[in-house]
Design a protein around this ligand. Sequence first.
Ligand code: KG4
Ligand code: ZN
Length: 349
Amino acid sequence: MRVLGIETSCDETAAAVVDDCFLLHSNIVHTQGAVHATYGGVVPEIASREHIVHIVDVVQRAIDAAAQGTAHAADPWAGIDAIAVTQGPGLLGALLVGLQFAKGLALARGLPWLGVNHLEGHLAAAKLSPDCPPGPHLACIISGGHTHLYAQRSLDDVKLVGATRDDAAGEAFDKVAKVLGLGYPGGPMVEKWAEGGDPSAYALPRALPRHADLSFSGLKTAAQLAIRAMPSKPEGQVLRDFCASLQEAIAASLAQKTVQAALAADLPGIVLAGGVAANTRVRTLVAEQAEAHGLWAFAPQKALCTDNAAMIAAAGVLRLQRGERSDWSSSARSRWPLGSALQASIGSH
Ligand code: KG4
Ligand code: ZN
């Protein structure tokens, strides 16, 4: 079985083809970053319009690339057995573009389709790597909108055990990067500038002690105040040192809290997911601290951490294999917390 995945929940228009052995046959991502950079963040209305402009090309490229060298090269659509699409959570207008496109395709091709939770998709990204240890683990989604820790014991047994009380980790990177004038999205820019910087140059606040939850608003404010106190806009080595210190504070908080949560829930390992999991220092520090406590840690390849459709197709495979399907009346959900009750309602909405 081959599943076409479609993702349009935020500012990436993406399509990918994954089979039921979790082999990735194509993975196309059109990033709108440059369009939104002018505004310093994602503008929902523009995101929807951009999805409309690019979705046909992105899906066609994913289908064609997957069919290359197969018996379906002459008729690429014949190689697709089902469609999985992000149904939520995300920007409503953006979600509607992908969802309606997927429904239209499913109707025209007579294919089953399934609405997928974007967060479940992030967690399913690990399935695309044969190196990810199987079994229960602490799943940690660290993205632009989420910093959530889950005890995951099976596809539906997912319990929230900690979350940010304010900003998401990605938001902390993005908001401070904006003050530094580094553009959007800020995370990759901060990581770039952190190279060759001294991570101990600036003392920025770290994790809340004795709490399962995380918080990044104090760090954000402290960083903004430190930047304002500088005699001039940070450049060169000062900017490198500042970015390294910021990155270190975020990575240290994440490493401490994920290890603490895994130990508290008696889970043997940690799986990272979401855009911030593409950060090398975050990956390294979580792995080091996990190992020091006898835990394993795994992060998907970087391109599968940031938003993509391969993870949506992978989550779709897991649910389609269990016989789940969506029906024509299913609509987008701007809010959709991950959890068994809502997840089980996929089939009936
Ligand atoms: O998962 P994602 O692509 O989209 C959401 O679902 O939010 O995550 C985007 C977030 C942004 O805040 C971006 O700055 C951050 O992930 N990010 C990074 C890196 N790459 C993306 N943060 C730190 N270092 C990176 N290399
Ligand atoms: Zn995401």
